[in-house]
Ligand binder design. Structure first.
Ligand code: NCD
Length: 309
């Protein structure tokens, strides 16, 4: 199925073939990440971020501008009429009448889907609560594809707050479009992966294991995907206090890993990765973040159905 005019709500809506098409288009955009490429002149992207964001918002906005388009945006709900009591549906209707595409991030699960039902223009989910973050998963998969030349046949460790981190859930849903050798899900017991994601892994028959720590598997891992503990999503701050700082990726742990291990993180990182790791060849998270602009340029150009080259 082509990307043209499609909403991007969940990574599950895209096939392996779609994702490879996106990755190849992203490769073409690498040369333009610091240059202008006038593919979307006259188009406006509305960037509606009701929750904080650095990378997702700025990379979408940069991508649209590099493609010659324009951006209207707000961040947080204080600055807009939501603070006066306007409901989400009315805000979306208005954005739909101004812009050609909407990117939305919201704390409520299902907010992007609701927006897509209301808006006639395509809607991209920039993160809905603890639910989905499809463009981050696309970016994560592209980074792996670039670093390893493949996604199939690798051992993955997804680490951290697997209960609340939407990036971890979306990555698993993306990985099952490929053929991972094994997926280790490593988290404190209170922050285990959501049951519906485990059900999906089982339904597709992938090998996986849930662990509380690395034990002796560190030497088998190819890709380590680390997430921060999502403090803002804990209903009870006391529960957060119990798990905060409960895992830390450091040089001692990494000394037992393969030379080819690469560590990804959607960022922001807090204290879950020792700063000393940043300087090592294992750290791939800044490269991953840098791919955010070309990947989103590729995605926007495909949704608008422009041919390139
Ligand atoms: C993530 C998010 O917002 O889910 N950030 C991002 O988009 N790169 C991860 C996080 O906030 O922990």
């Amino acid at each position: 199925m082509s990307f043209k005019n499609r909403d991007i709500i969940s990574i599950t809506d895209f096939s392996r073939k779609d994702l490879i098409e996106l990755f190849k288009r992203t490769d073409l955009m690498l040369d333009y990440r610091k240059n202008r490429l006038n593919l979307l002149e006259g188009k406006i992207l509305a960037s509606a971020f009701f929750e904080p964001s650095t990378r997702t918002r700025l990379s979408f906005e940069t991508a649209m501008k590099r493609l010659g388009g324009d951006v209207i945006s707000f961040s947080g709900s204080e600055a807009i009429s939501i603070a006066k009591g306007e409901n989400l549906a009315d805000t979306i209707r208005m954005l739909d009448s101004y812009a050609n595409i909407i990117v939305i991030r919201h704390k409520y699960e299902g907010a992007a889907k609701l927006a897509a039902e209301i808006a006639e223009c395509p809607v991209i989910n920039g993160g809905d609560g603890k639910h989905h973050h499809p463009t981050q998963a696309m970016l994560d998969l592209y980074t792996i594809w670039k670093l390893f030349g493949k996604i199939d046949g690798l051992n993955y460790a997804i680490v951290g707050d697997l209960k609340y981190a939407r990036t971890a859930a979306s990555l698993v849903l993306g990985l099952i479009k490929f053929k991972p050798q094994k997926i280790y899900l490593i988290s404190p017991p209170q922050l285990k992966m959501k049951p519906e994601i485990i059900d999906t892994i089982e339904k597709y028959g992938f090998e996986y294991e849930e662990l509380n720590d690395f034990g002796d598997i560190i030497s088998t891992i190819d890709v380590m995907y680390v997430t921060r503990i999502q403090k803002e999503r804990f209903p009870d701050p006391m529960e957060y206090e119990k798990v905060k700082g409960s895992y830390n990726i450091n040089l001692k742990l990494i000394s037992k890993a393969k030379e080819t291990l690469r560590i990804l993180h959607p960022l922001p990182k807090i204290d879950e990765i020792d700063l000393a790791i940043d300087q090592t060849k294992f750290a791939a998270y800044f490269t991953q973040a840098a791919f955010g602009v070309p990947l989103r340029m590729a995605l926007l150009s495909l949704i608008f159905g422009v041919k390139f080259p």
